[in-house]
Design a binder for this molecule. Sequence first.
Ligand code: FAD
Length: 391
Amino acid sequence: DPPAIDADFYDTSAKLSPEDRALQLKVRAFLEAEVKPIVNKYWLHDEFPFEIIPKLAELNVCGYVYEGYGCAGGTSLMDGIIASEFGRIDPSIATFLGVQSGLAMGSIYLCGSEEQKAEWLPAMQQLKKIGAFGLTEPLVGSGTAGGLTTTCKREGDTWILNGQKKWIGNSTFSDITIIWARDLDDQQVKGFIVRKENPGFAVEKIKGKMALRIVQNGLITLTDCEVPESDRLVNANSFKDTAKVLQMTRAGVAWMAVGCARGAYENALEYTLHREQFGKPIASFQLIQNHLVEMLSNLTAMQTLVFRLSELQDDDKLKDEHASLAKVFCTLRTRDIVSRAREVMGGNGILLEYNVARFLADAEAIYSYEGTKEINSLIVGRSITGYSAFV
Ligand code: FAD
């Protein structure tokens, strides 16, 4: 009999406490029961399954790492494992949670005042309020660190924001979007909690994506958008503060990629064990086994790498270059794994119902967002050589 398919070849789960292992299995069972059966349909129709929001709230893993405000105050390691479990079933729902829990709540947690945290974090933890994170612009993607063109200007107790933000996940239905803008007075990047009802705020859905189709990405236009001073993130004083949020969320993306790769690999392995050609299961052919082993080798390297990444995070030793290296390595290897997974399945590899095509497509978006391979490589390159090669 072939062994059960649970691709944790070096048994990383053995390092978890019984409580953490139980949480991992609870999250997995939830995703298998509630998310897996519905995602292909929503992915195909380019729609978000709003029915999942109250169920996710009940699962109670949003804002898992934060202390207080109704959050669990858990470890980064478990936060990563949760992201990976989500990625294993559906990278879109994993991304929805990553934006809500990491980018949006993280900006408020790391850069907000006590009042702002108390107002938003408990409601966002419960998914009663949904958040988005607006950094990228139509003409400025990789170059956001020095080149934001969205501006803000203070007029009394009101800030006036102008510009556009592209690709903003969840923004078509979010209650708030964290908007990053350059102050016309001191030229520094500042962050704002922009409510959907703020005058001058408009969102248009980005249509026609071939990846992460469940994630609703918006093009935001800010036209003399008015934001009160009380909604400015008080501890966001330059792009360095934005980068603190990205350091945390890039680690999460690396974990999510591990999940995406694992989902594709497990589905492909299962398929090869049952699919027969020339009178034998295709898993018995040497060339198929070579693909499977290549996939598993990369997956195992990724799993052990992110495990150590989160230990550094939990020891407060995580640096930008650590998160960037993991993001590059895991998303690059994931691309290789999903394409091999699709390959060993022949034609069925491109059909949604066989549960690999979605991973194949979604891996492309994960590869590009939260800093491309080039940008994250340059962050690592700068740290190991001392030379910044961005421009
Ligand atoms: P560009 O910056 O135009 O890059 C094009 C190419 O040039 C890339 O290969 C890049 O690596 C390369 N390049 C650029 N500069 C250099 C350099 N100095 N050296 C070498 N190569 C270079 N953003 C948000 O703010 N919020 C979100 O919620 C969000 N969600 C997203 C969801 C999806 C599905 C996608 C696809 C994107 C999302 N993004 C979001 C935006 C994402 O972060 C950007 O797409 C990404 O940072 C790259 O920017 P760009 O697409 O403008 O590419």
